[in-house]
Structure formats: C-alpha cells, structure tokens
Design a protein around this ligand. Structure first.
Ligand SMILES: C[S@@+](CC[C@H](N)C(=O)[O-])C[C@H]1O[C@@H](n2cnc3c(N)ncnc32)[C@H](O)[C@@H]1O
Ligand code: SF4
Length: 353
C-alpha cells in the first residue's frame, strides 16, 4: 500500500516539499560529482582515488544502527514540556509498520526503540507487543526497547511479550507526587511513583532490563533523587535537560508551551553534580540530545531537528531507507559521544534477575 493514500492533505503538502528538496539535493550531488570529474586532470596518477574521496563527501553513509520509532503521537498524559505531541492520531497498519522495520533491518538496524506518544495506548498494547515480537523473533534484532510513561502497562503484557523485550524505560521526573501533578506527568489522581515501583518488580520477574528517564526542568531542578534511584537500581538512568522544539513545545502551531520549564546549562550541571554518586546516570544536555537520535515519526519519516524543529523526510516506505536517511539530520559522531552504543542486549547484560 502506498502511504500517500492514508496521509491527510496538509501532510501530503509537507511530503511534496521534502520530495522537491530531495530531488534538488540529488541534482546538486550529480552536478557536483560531474564537475569534480571534469576538473580532474585525466593523466593524474591520483585521479581514481581522489574521485572516490570526493564522492564520499556527498554520498550519505549514515547507518540506521539504532532507531527510535514514534509510531503514535496520542497520549493519556499532559506533560507540559512534551516535545512529541498529538499533532495527528495516525498509526500505520501493522503490516506496513513491519515492512518498514524489515527495510531498516536490511539497512543495518541493530536496535529499535518504540516510543510515542504513549506506545502502550494503541490497541491496548497489543500493536506494540506484536512489533516487539516481530523485531526479536523474525528480524532477530540484538536489542528491542520501549520508552513509556508506564501508566497503561498490565502484568498480562509482560506474560505475553516480556521475553522478547530487552529494555523497558519508564519516564519519571520527580519522586514528589505534587511535582508530577504540576508537570502533568499523571492521569487523574493515580500515583505515578507507585506505578513505577510496580513495573520495576515486573521487569525483575519477567526478565526485562529496567531503565529510568528523567527530564530536568524548573519544577524538579532542586530535587535530590539519589536515594530513590539507588533503591530502584535501573540499568541506566537517562537524565535529559529539557529541550525546546519549535512547532512541538515552542512557537506557533505548538501544542505545548515549554518555555517555563527550560533550565540553563549551569543549572543542569548543578543537578548532575548533586547526583554524581549515582553510577548508572547518563546525562544528556540539549547539545548532546538535539541531533544524536534517529527519529522516525508515525508515517516512518525521519525527523531532522537541526533547525530546532522536526522537519520530516520522505517516508522510508515510499523512497527506501538510504534516500530518506539523507534528510534525518543525524549526527553519528554525537551519537557515539553521548554513549548511544552500549551493551543493549539483555542477554549480554549479566543481570541478576
Ligand atoms: C516523548 S516521550 C514518549 C514516551 C512516553 N510517553 C514517555 O513519556 O516516556 C519520550 C521521552 O522523551 C522525554 N521528553 C519529552 N519531552 C521532552 C523535552 N522537552 N526535553 C527532553 N526530553 C523530553 C520523555 O520524558 C520521555 O522519556
Ligand atoms: S512526555 Fe508526557 S505527554 Fe509526552 S508523550 Fe510522554 S507521557 Fe505523553
């Protein structure tokens, strides 16, 4: 199925613009290669080698080793700083999502992370479970992970799909219930923290590596989370500096106004210093975070954050991975610098269950 048939008209327009950009870049790259050839002295002993080097500048060699697939934008929480908001309610049919994941695997994907929106919301977690199963059993990916707010996860899900999941990251920005309410990291009066503990125990019981993500912002900046994190003992504690993305949580057309959550680099560093005794802490400043993730949206388009927005490529389902990835804005060097590649298979983690 061609994804254009199910994409609304505004998005089609966006896709046309990125397609034009793609054609322009292809023409530019062809002309560039051609001119490098013309000006090369034909008798030069280095011509063949130099042409190869020149071409590598324009040839995109990004490999989708680790991909984040935000297959839904819908969510049951209202975190005030959220940078991936419910701008559409679109979710690909299961077979199309699997086809895209297969294309990524053929292009070198080793790790997939499912995110959102809230990934456990669609089809009560069964859509997600089937993708997890497909990626582990059919595609044999070394690492399959999920990031979730945790509120919709049931024990039954672990019984059915837990074996095929390597890592489950639950987002928790505060160990003070009132702060979670202020942030919007909650649904009604339910305790986000009680839920976090419940899921931590299920992870242990069903042999899934447990991770925590926290967004540091003006509401939790003074907290000391050391004891809570040490007690929960996650394999990794990702600590993000709250990031602004135009059109998502800042500027016109945004569904959130996150300016009041933003903290300075110095405030972020002070938070990190306060938690320096936590061995599993992995810090991510705005600078490290912005372009170091390969993000796929609900149409399987890469999102380029270099201009401070999320500019979409063409869908990998329409043009393939190699073409679409040219417009991902992915900074592979920063990906490595932030420790993007780590021991991500639960089989290799030597965890005590
Ligand atoms: C967009 S959420 C989607 C998954 C799920 N709903 C959750 O909250 O975990 C993915 C991750 O991005 C983080 N996040 C959301 N908004 C952010 C922001 N403005 N800056 C940094 N991280 C953010 C979330 O806390 C979460 O860990
Ligand atoms: S960060 Fe909050 S609002 Fe955004 S998707 Fe996750 S739980 Fe939902």
């Amino acid at each position: 199925m061609n994804t254009f048939s199910v994409i609304p008209s505004m998005v089609q327009l966006q896709l046309c613009v990125s397609h034009l950009l793609y054609i322009f870049a292809s023409v530019f790259s062809t002309v560039f290669n051609w001119t490098s050839g013309v000006f090369m002295p034909s008798t030069s002993s280095v011509s063949q080698v130099d042409i190869k080097v020149d071409q590598s500048i324009v040839k995109n060699e990004t490999s989708p080793t680790s991909v984040n697939y935000h297959f839904t934008r819908k969510c049951n929480y209202k975190c005030g700083f959220c940078f991936h908001t419910a701008k559409t309610s679109f979710v690909l049919p299961l077979d199309e999502a699997k086809r895209g994941l297969n294309l990524l695997k053929q292009s070198g994907m080793e790790k997939i992370n499912f995110s959102g929106g809230e990934p456990f919301l669609h089809d009560k977690g069964d859509f997600l479970g089937k993708l997890v199963q497909y990626c582990k059993q059919d595609l044999q990916l070394p690492s399959v992970s999920i990031v979730s707010n945790g509120s919709m996860i049931k024990e039954k899900w672990f019984q059915k799909y837990g074996e095929d999941l390597d890592i489950l990251a639950i987002s928790c920005d505060s160990f003070d219930e009132a702060t979670n309410q202020l942030i919007g990291r909650t649904q009604g009066r339910k305790s986000h923290i009680d839920n976090l503990h419940k899921i931590r125990n299920w992870c242990q019981q069903y042999k899934v590596a447990f991770k925590i993500n926290s967004v540091i912002n003006t509401f939790n900046i003074d907290e000391d989370m050391t004891d809570n994190i040490l007690q929960l003992n996650p394999v990794r504690w990702k600590v993000f500096q709250c990031l602004l993305i135009d059109g998502e949580n800042a500027g016109e057309d945004a569904l959130r106004e996150a300016e009041r959550f933003v903290i300075s680099d110095q405030m972020f560093q002070e938070f990190l210093d306060r938690h320096s005794s936590v061995p599993c802490l992995v810090p991510e400043s705005n600078e490290k975070m912005r372009n170091s993730y390969l993000i796929l949206d609900e149409y399987m388009r890469f999102l380029d954050c270099r201009e401070g927005r999320k500019d979409p490529s063409m869908s990998i389902l329409d043009v393939g991975v190699k073409e679409a990835i040219c417009f991902s804005g992915f900074d592979e060097k920063m990906f490595r610098e932030r420790g993007g590649k780590y021991v991500w298979s639960k089989a290799d983690m030597k965890l005590e269950w």
